[in-house]
Write a protein that binds this ligand. Structure first.
Ligand SMILES: Nc1ncnc2c1ncn2[C@@H]1O[C@H](COP(=O)(O)OP(=O)(O)O)[C@@H](O)[C@H]1O
Ligand SMILES: [Mg+2]
Length: 185
């Protein structure tokens, strides 16, 4: 992750000389610290801090049952991105917003989401259009209203820990996964 990549990355370019673009990645998360470490890696990518990486911004869907670690991962990403102060779970408010040096972060949780008016009134369509980092828990509860994310992360219980399956749904997501898999070696 710290190795500088000389030129601006073309998502189709094989930047390492050997790693093909990744579209699926499994990540073992034996404890909460591992979840936060993954979140830190994602923050670097989403904030556009990786040399040669994609520009800041992107959408991440977080799926998995209650307690799987969706909020832990979102909070870890926001903290690593530079959000200070309390980071509340948006499970009651639907949306929590943050701003760190010109970059907006929207953390949504659709667990209790039920009606279409709520969607329109809250202006969700607009926030999906802006260049921002958008983290969405329970995206399946929004039905077909959500476009595919750059990256979909599914968290499952695995013994006393968790397991993440990351899948890319855009060129940006593929580029992120390629960097993530390289950062593990
Ligand atoms: N990799 C992990 N292994 C074990 N426990 C974890 C891991 N990641 C998070 N946790 C714990 O599991 C719980 C996850 O809660 P939370 O992040 O609110 O889940 P969700 O938002 O998916 O409902 C927290 O108590 C957290 O400390
Ligand atoms: Mg949650």
């Amino acid at each position: 992750m710290d190795d500088p990549v000389p030129e601006a990355a073309d998502p189709k370019r094989d930047f390492s000389g050997k790693t093909p673009p990744a579209s699926l990645l499994e990540w073992a998360l034996p404890d909460e610290e591992a979840t936060i470490a993954l979140a830190r890696n994602l923050a670097e990518l989403a904030c556009g801090r990786v040399p040669g990486g994609a520009p800041a911004g992107g959408r991440i869907h977080l799926r998995g049952e209650l307690g799987a670690g969706k909020t832990t991962l979102a909070r870890g990403l926001l903290r690593a991105a530079g959000v200070t102060g309390r980071i509340k779970s948006p499970s009651y408010t639907l949306l929590e917003s943050y701003n760190v040096s010109n970059l907006y972060f929207y953390h949504l949780d659709f667990y209790r989401f039920s009606n279409a008016h709520e969607w329109r009134d809250a202006g969700f369509d607009e926030l999906l259009d802006t260049r921002a980092v958008v983290l969405i828990e329970w995206p399946e509860q929004a039905g077909t209203r959500l476009p595919p994310p750059d990256l979909d992360i599914r968290l499952d219980y695995a013994g006393t820990g968790r397991r993440a399956v990351l899948s890319a749904h855009s060129e940006k997501g593929q580029l992120w996964l390629t960097y993530l898999s390289a950062s593990r070696r």
